[in-house]
Design a protein. Structure first.
Length: 267
């Protein structure tokens, strides 16, 4: 069978990811972005494309690069062993796989931990003005679904029990999203740069997923058969959304000019 050509964002042309059954997609708008946010997202799009380009040139992809040298790939194991952590930024991620999302090879989980949770200008946790964070404080941001060809196809948010995280409301997390950055070369410089840029490129989607997460958990709490919504294993994914780097860039270019001003105002 002839292989389809890769799409601009990776994967196969015509491949259409689908949301997990029963999981809704949040509405995402790119309207109202500040010019500096638009510029940052465009720079992130170029970084994502560049990281994927150099890996493809070597016959690799993000997932293959991360798993290189690990031998057999086991479901539920974390890759790499011990996760990837940047002590300066408090950012962390790992990759694994388990059943649940159709057509998915596996997914990344992204976190902020310890100093990544500090309130601006303070030495205490963003949501708790009296507590100093330590490396045991781990807050989940989003998961990144990867397709069978090693390219990103979606993002999702989860209930607290899924990762055992310290729970922060979306209103607190939004102010911390810009801190996610893996600024070192272990276990792979292109993968670390790629995931850092991906989180910046799709920040509107991340914000929407986290806001929806809080609403879904609140609605779940109102059910008569729920004792503790955050620990209820019947509620796992709170939202999922398809992502495509080229499409995100096209939306930005359609809405904003070269310096990040809305095109409706720059005519």
């Amino acid at each position: 069978m002839t292989e389809a050509a890769p799409s601009p964002s990776g994967g196969k042309a015509g491949f259409q990811p689908v949301a997990p059954v029963g999981v809704s997609e949040p509405e995402v708008t790119l309207a109202g972005l500040a010019p500096e946010a638009v510029v940052a997202m465009r720079e992130a799009a170029l970084e994502v494309a560049e990281c994927q380009r150099v890996l493809t040139k070597a016959g690799l992809n993000v997932v293959g690069e991360l798993l290189r040298g690990h031998g057999t790939f086991y479901e539920d194991d974390h890759y790499p062993t011990g996760d990837v952590f940047d002590g300066e930024t408090g950012s962390q991620y790992y990759y694994h796989a388990h059943r649940g999302i159709e057509l998915e090879h596996g997914h990344f989980h992204t976190f902020l931990r310890g100093r990544g949770l500090l309130r601006d200008g303070a030495d205490t946790v963003a949501a708790d003005a009296d507590r100093v964070p330590d490396d045991g404080d781990l807050v989940h941001l989003v998961g990144v679904s990867m397709d069978p060809w090693g390219f990103p196809m979606g993002m999702f948010a989860t209930n607290q029990w899924v990762t055992g995280e310290s729970w922060l409301p979306a209103t607190e997390l939004e102010a911390l999203l810009g801190r996610f950055s893996i600024d070192h070369a272990w276990p792979s410089w292109p993968v670390n740069r790629w995931i850092t840029a991906l989180m910046a490129l799709f920040r509107p989607q991340v914000r929407a997923l986290l806001a929806q997460r809080d609403q879904v958990v609140a609605d779940w709490s109102d059910r008569d058969d729920v004792v503790d919504a955050l620990q209820d294993t019947r509620l796992e994914l709170t939202g999922w959304i398809a992502i495509d780097a080229a499409a995100q860039m096209a939306r930005l270019d359609a809405a904003y000019d070269e310096v990040g001003r809305p095109r409706s105002q720059s005519r």
